[in-house]
Design a protein around this ligand. Structure first.
Ligand code: KIV
Length: 259
């Protein structure tokens, strides 16, 4: 699984063979330049999800429910989940663990919408977890995360994201659950993996947690390309004849004669 926020990236991920495309609320940080994922709402998420949908033909498309759409007024959660499916054309929604998430997840599943859970480090409520740090390092905390994962499976989730936890804990959860686990900073024993695409492709230069691997340096590629463009425009190399339109000589003469 990888994230996409617009049509071209949705198309590229789909074409490259990714199984699941997530329209993550990480759009807040990596595309909109906002501080927190809680700074985006349904309007932004639907706008981006619709664009990604146009590019994704094969992979499963999951819409990430923004904080306000299910955690502040739980009674609105089902309506907002439906909007991801009906308006944006998503195949499923994802929601993060919070104290009322089991009722919310169950309600959405009962309405026939596939729900992906998310436990461990849950960025929308990271402050309550002591910030952006590894979760479940101590046995009691690990036990709680396992319970959360099992409860989400029982609530009907079809898969679950395990974020930022020791590999051993993710391995245990993966063994105990029958639904697929998708890890991010959770080691190699999960059934699948996810990263934020802008991190994985080096499209954004920001502080990376240890679990991020940059597979390609698009930041450098874009900078190099833009610098060449600026140079060529400034020194008159671009546009050359190959990239310009010409005028029929007779028409040109007429035009010049009109001066
Ligand atoms: O918003 C997001 O990108 C996510 C993934 C990193 C799991 O939730």
């Amino acid at each position: 699984m990888l994230t996409a926020y617009d049509y071209p990236m949705g198309r590229l991920l789909d074409e490259a063979g990714v199984d699941i495309v997530l329209v993550g609320d990480s759009v807040a940080n990596v595309v909109l330049g906002l501080e927190s994922t809680t700074d985006v709402g349904m309007t932004e998420m639907l706008h981006h999800a619709k664009a990604v949908r146009r590019g994704v033909k094969r992979a499963l498309l999951v819409g990430d429910m923004p904080f306000d759409s299910y955690q502040t007024h739980t009674e609105d959660a089902l309506m907002n989940a439906k909007r991801f499916i009906d308006e944006a054309g998503c195949d499923a929604v994802k929601l993060e663990w919070f104290d009322q998430c089991l009722d919310v997840a169950e309600n959405i599943v009962k309405a026939g919408i596939a729900v992906m859970g998310h436990v461990g480090l849950t960025p929308q409520t990271a402050e309550k977890l002591g910030g952006f740090k590894v979760q479940g390092k101590e046995a009691a905390d690990a036990q709680l995360i396992l319970k959360h994962a099992q409860a989400l499976e029982e609530a009907g989730c079809f898969s679950i994201v395990l974020e930022c936890m020791p590999s051993e804990l993710a391995q245990l959860i993966t063994k105990k659950l029958s639904i697929p686990t998708i890890g991010i900073g959770a080691g190699v024993h999960c059934d699948g993996q996810v990263l934020v695409t802008h991190d994985a492709l080096g499209l954004i230069s920001r502080h990376h947690p240890k679990f991020v691997k940059t597979f390609f340096d698009l930041n450098k590629g874009v900078l190099d390309g833009v610098k060449v463009y600026c140079d060529e425009v400034r020194n008159g190399q671009f546009p050359d004849e190959e990239h310009s339109f010409g005028m029929n000589a007779a028409e040109l003469e007429k035009l010049e004669g009109e001066k």
